[in-house]
Design a protein around this ligand. Structure first.
Ligand code: NDP
Length: 316
């Protein structure tokens, strides 16, 4: 075996909707992409159940099954999908330069174009009951799963803009939404706070934390505690939404590429281009606003088209 590293045109990091869509486009453009799946193959959608808002599936589809279809489609055009993780990156700052990517701690791949599609992870409270009921009433995305709770009562945890936005969304579907804010005020912008305060069917409980999500097979409510008085009570609900922030999976790129203080990679608006030549950011790793499978997929397509153009101009 040769000691020299494998050299390829296009490396895609991540296997959610952004990564697989980038792979479909890159493979069809004959960039011969290699896709490194990461530890959570299929990304966030593999932790959801039914997906009903992705166009093309009029009857809905299970998240893991949908990602399997994405994978098959990427493979059909010859994407080399490797079940592995990226442990280190040394991104070039030169036009036409080779980006050095370490895979599984010991294999080196050098790529002239890198498409980052590492996604983000929703933060959870860390309760055993929350984990157990995930996908059975517990969700971190009201826009994705709120519809399943139409006509039912729901709880949403968090006091940021996302929690307010999602509480407003749920209030249009549910007769009652209880918002649990752990502090004595919200972090959300004033306008977002006012929006939820005005809704008659949203009850906001401040200084309140979740002790346990209740239910055996599915959620039936939550036991909460007032952090000032220590008093506990049970709130009945069928849906339990967590909106306490996301963490982009971009730690391996820290210090090498421009990102905001939370870690979202900065892409030139309207493109997937980053501050580094030949490095393209797609999906939730660069998007803190929309975070939908369909927007991630669209962004993956942009990544591949931008990479294709870049390679045509700068590749060896
Ligand atoms: P934020 O980090 O802004 O807010 C997180 C919220 O969750 C805070 O209220 C925080 O409480 C609470 N929280 C954190 N951990 C826990 C926990 N363990 N238990 C209970 N509560 C907890 O995240 P968002 O996702 O709301 O927003 C992320 C970014 O995206 C922000 O910059 C936001 O402005 C932006 N955004 C903008 C929107 C818009 O403009 N339309 C819509 C959505 C997001 P505490 O305050 O006590 O720390």
């Amino acid at each position: 075996m040769s000691d020299s590293p494998e050299r390829i045109k296009c490396l895609i990091i991540g296997s959610g909707p952004a990564g697989y869509t980038a792979a479909i486009y890159a493979a069809r453009a004959d960039l011969k992409p290699v896709l490194i799946t990461g530890m959570e193959m299929g990304g966030q959608l593999t932790t959801t159940t039914e997906v009903e808002n992705y166009p093309g599936y009029p009857e809905g589809i299970q998240g893991p099954e949908m990602m399997e279809e994405f994978k098959k489609q990427a493979e059909r055009f010859g994407t080399d999908i490797r079940i592995a993780y990226v442990s280190k990156t040394e991104l070039s700052t030169e036009k036409g330069g080779w980006h050095k990517i370490t895979v599984n701690d010991n294999e080196i791949i050098e790529a002239q174009a890198v498409i980052i599609a590492t996604g983000a992870s929703a933060k959870y409270l860390g309760l055993d009951s929350e984990k157990r009921l995930m996908g059975h009433g517990v969700s971190a995305c009201a826009v994705c799963d709120g519809f399943f709770f139409k006509g039912q009562e729901t709880i949403i945890v968090g006091g940021g803009d996302s929690a307010c936005e999602e509480a407003s969304y749920l209030s249009k579907l549910c007769p009652k939404v209880t918002m649990l804010v752990r502090g004595d005020e919200m972090r959300a912008s004033k306008i977002m706070q006012e929006r939820v305060e005005k809704k008659e069917n949203i009850e906001i409980l401040y200084n309140t934390e979740t002790v346990e999500v209740l239910g055996e097979g599915t959620v039936t409510g939550a036991r909460v505690r007032n952090r000032k008085t220590g008093e506990e009570m049970d709130i009945p609900a069928q849906g339990f939404f967590v909106a306490i922030g996301h963490k982009p999976n971009t730690d391996i790129f820290k210090g090498q590429i421009d990102m905001d203080k939370v870690g979202y990679i900065k892409a030139v608006p309207g493109t997937s281009k980053t501050n580094l030549p030949g490095v393209f950011a797609t999906g939730d790793a660069q998007d803190k606003h929309y975070r939908q499978a369909v927007t991630a997929a669209g962004s993956g397509c942009m990544g591949a088209l931008d990479a294709e153009k870049y390679l045509a101009e700068h590749a060896e």
